[in-house]
Design a protein around this ligand. Structure first.
Ligand SMILES: [Zn+2]
Length: 108
């Protein structure tokens, strides 16, 4: 095992990554123009914006994200909504479409 394999093992160790991913939400998109696929990671602990209701404080959260694939670099706009417990309730996308993790793996 060479030094590079050791380095990869150290960086990609399952334990550390799993801990850091507790607040991670993954979604997958396909570009409408070039059909490239992108995996996007969202940190639900600090990337969501609070949505305030008039009556009783925080109503939920929203997320706007611009995704750029590695082939045509055309920005894909993603908008998601979450309830007060940061569970996803709706998602919209422009210039691309959402795909499943399986579709992502198959397309790579
Ligand atoms: Zn593209």
């Amino acid at each position: 095992m060479g030094w590079w394999d050791k380095l990869k093992g150290a960086l990609g160790g399952g334990g550390a990554a799993a801990n850091g991913d507790r607040n991670a939400l993954y979604f997958y998109v396909r570009c409408e123009r070039c059909a490239d696929v992108v995996r996007v990671r969202v940190n639900t602990a600090n990337e969501l914006q609070q949505e305030f209701a008039e009556a009783d404080g925080v109503d939920g959260y929203s997320l706007r994200k611009t995704v750029v694939d590695a082939r045509c670099f055309r920005p894909i706009q993603v908008m998601m909504r979450f309830d007060g417990r940061r569970r996803e309730t709706a998602r919209e996308i422009q210039d691309g479409r959402f795909i499943t993790a399986d579709e992502f793996e198959a397309a790579r």
